[in-house]
Design a protein around this ligand. Sequence first.
Ligand SMILES: C[S@@+](CC[C@H](N)C(=O)[O-])C[C@H]1O[C@@H](n2cnc3c(N)ncnc32)[C@H](O)[C@@H]1O
Length: 292
Amino acid sequence: MNSGRPDTSLWGPGKAMFDDVYNLSDPAAYWQRLAPLDYQTPEIAAGFYRSLLGSLAVARGRGSLKLIDLCSGYGALPMMLNHDLQPGTLHRLYTDPKRAAQPDDAGRIAYDRNMLQRRKAAAQHRIAGVDVAENALRYSRTVGLIERAFVEDLENDAPSAELARWAADTDVIVEAGGMGYVGEATISKLISAAEDGRKPWVLSMPVRTVDTHGLEEMLADHGYAVEHSSKTFRHRRFHDQSEQTAALDRLADFGIDTGGAEIDGFYRARLLVARPTAEAAAWPIQALLPAA
Ligand SMILES: C[S@@+](CC[C@H](N)C(=O)[O-])C[C@H]1O[C@@H](n2cnc3c(N)ncnc32)[C@H](O)[C@@H]1O
């Protein structure tokens, strides 16, 4: 049954919903809603992903890689991956009064494009965004954050022929803030579309309340080694007491000892790195990411 709202069954009960700000023509309302909750995952994830992409690009002898950003939204992760930006830029940009004073969407898009143009990173990865939110992807492509926009729901449908073509030689699938909305079904379809011998790395930051067992089993069946950071990272503040209580109950159900985390009022995420076993053995994760 499709209620028109995102499926959060992998998250478990009690998650606050933000879907009314996921598909607007301008990202400002999304970032204004998330500002008090201190949403941090795209920036934290991008720090790790940039290191891993750098190593992979060197190993493959290429300056840049081909990516799929799942649940791409307004392009937060592409922004952090392809630009040199200070922490806090996402929140600052979209709550900037000078930006808000622009007369219309066209003015705001020109403002964003100009800011991004001046901060392009040396390595420009080719990124396709996948999301069910058509307006968000249109914004992201218009300001130049993504090369291709695929408005598709792979939890429920097969990828279009064009997305399957993009996935055939994709180097890395990345995501931030989307795991739980998507999972095993979406990622297995993209991996299955990859050419033989070119399985993409999968880099994700699932919140600890999201059930990733099915995803990890599927990845192992496809010949992947799945590794997690030993550390956890703040994702965002709980919306309210009831969301926190539901999260703590969920973690207890999973047998996870929070060790004091989550009690401070933040969801915690862990880095998940899935790579074909031969590559995982050749490049130990501890050597690539000593801080994780
Ligand atoms: C928390 S937002 C994260 C967006 C972006 N990655 C960020 O960090 O700002 C979750 C995103 O998942 C998208 N989403 C929800 N269900 C989806 C599905 N079945 N397939 C693809 N995207 C989905 C939403 O439209 C939304 O853009």
